[in-house]
Design a protein around this ligand. Structure first.
Ligand code: UDP
Length: 236
């Protein structure tokens, strides 16, 4: 079987690392997630990851207690670096070579983000983990996912979720929520389908970058997807 997607950008939210916990990082869940990543790495898929920070800190949390938005956002970006290091540690224990690249320089712990270097790492078979978001406050890691995917010319941006894809309404609240297999960018924006924030969606639309949304908790989904099986939803 031939690969359909050779270079992917996987957007993992901080919550994805929480597993069933209320806060922080669930080691068992991260372990399973990294097995999935290793699976596709081993069949030659070039894997780049953008990691969020919501399991530790979000800028809006800070503003709620009176912090300056930009300062709080920098804290959020730092949270993503912690997650990136946790992910790196687990992947490397599984003998998957990785590089963490940060949008804010912190050379003692990771490489600074340089686009051409990131591409080179991918070509050499290293999983690249992008941390510290875009490096600018007022953005999200979803937007970072869209931006980095466009920069490295990924074939697809994968938004890993805990539900099976995009629904017409919240499947956790409504039993009759319908899974939408294919969604147009503009519909995702106008109908506020909560795939990603509007900045991220617009960036993907302008760059014709498809967004795949599926359940990362289901074993084997990532592998099936890169081989072209239709799972979850696709925005294009
Ligand atoms: N953040 C930011 N600029 C960016 C990316 C992230 O300021 O380019 C901050 C923002 O405060 C955000 C936090 O980092 O709330 C964590 O990222 P995000 O909420 O996107 O994480 P996720 O929801 O994916 O876990």
């Amino acid at each position: 079987m031939a690969l359909k997607y050779k270079r992917i950008l996987l957007k993992l939210s901080g919550e994805a690392l929480m597993g069933n916990l209320e806060y922080g990082i669930d080691p068992d869940f991260v372990n399973e997630l990294c097995d999935e990543i290793k699976d596709i790495y081993e069949i030659g898929v070039q894997v780049a990851i953008v990691i969020g920070g919501g399991n530790i800190f979000r800028g809006v949390q800070g503003t709620k207690v009176g912090m300056d938005r930009a300062t709080a956002d920098y804290m959020g970006m730092l949270a993503t670096v912690m997650n990136a290091l946790a992910l790196q540690d687990v992947l490397e224990k599984k003998e998957v070579p990785t590089r963490v690249m940060t949008a804010i320089e912190m050379r003692q712990i990771a490489e600074p983000y340089i686009r051409r270097r990131a591409i080179r790492h991918l070509e050499k078979g290293r999983v690249v983990i992008f941390a510290a978001g875009t490096g600018s406050p007022f953005f999200t890691t979803d937007t970072t996912g869209a931006l980095r995917a466009a920069e490295i010319k990924a074939d697809v941006l994968i938004k890993a979720t805990k539900v099976d894809g995009i629904y017409d309404k919240d499947p956790n609240k409504y039993l009759d929520a319908k899974l939408l297999k294919e969604v147009k960018y503009l519909d995702a924006i106008n109908q506020d389908l909560r795939v990603m924030d509007h900045t991220a969606l617009t960036l993907c639309m302008e760059n014709n970058l498809p967004i795949a949304v599926f359940n990362i908790k289901e074993r084997g989904n990532l592998r099936k997807f890169v081989f072209g099986e239709e799972i979850g939803s696709i925005v294009k």
